[in-house]
Design a protein around this ligand. Sequence first.
Ligand code: MG
Length: 203
Amino acid sequence: MKIICVGRNYTDHIKELGNSIPEEPVLFMKPETALLQSNTPFYYPEFTNKLHYECELVLRICKNGKYIEQKNAANYYDAITVGIDFTARDIQDELKKKGLPWEKAKAFDNSAVVGKFIEIIPNINGKGINFSLLKNKEKVQEANSTQMIFSIDRIIENISHYFSLNIEDLIFTGTPAGVGECFTGDVLEGFIETQNLFSVEVK
Ligand code: MG
């Protein structure tokens, strides 16, 4: 399986990091080793001094496909959750300055937290899905999927133009505003609507 992530998909987050609005989805990947297994602790990585959380909606692919059209995209995912795209922001800033790839900042071991999957809500691109992140019981990120610049179905179309999608692949759909640092001892909890789908402590 592979993990495909979308960057810069919410206008307010693009502004907070001083980036520009992309004309097509910004994509990067995390390897399977990035997936934090359940019942495994998350340890603050020793190579960063600025670890950021990014809470995102995560889709699970249920059908193999390539060149998927937007109108058929909903047949290719069957479950959704929230997750964290952990980012070593100090390293990413350095890499961005030099125009280098982001993997050291984004694809390290355990950098992908994925919550418990729930069945996809019908008409996902109509009404939208509310999701949020609590840090130490305080809400730090909150958004609705309709605020995405590229909708879920457009993301599927774009990704599958470049990469075959396979059953069990995961797609991180981008983070809204409110990203920030986390420190040892912080507890991060992800929600879709009122359902708590993950809780992770930074050790
Ligand atoms: Mg992200």
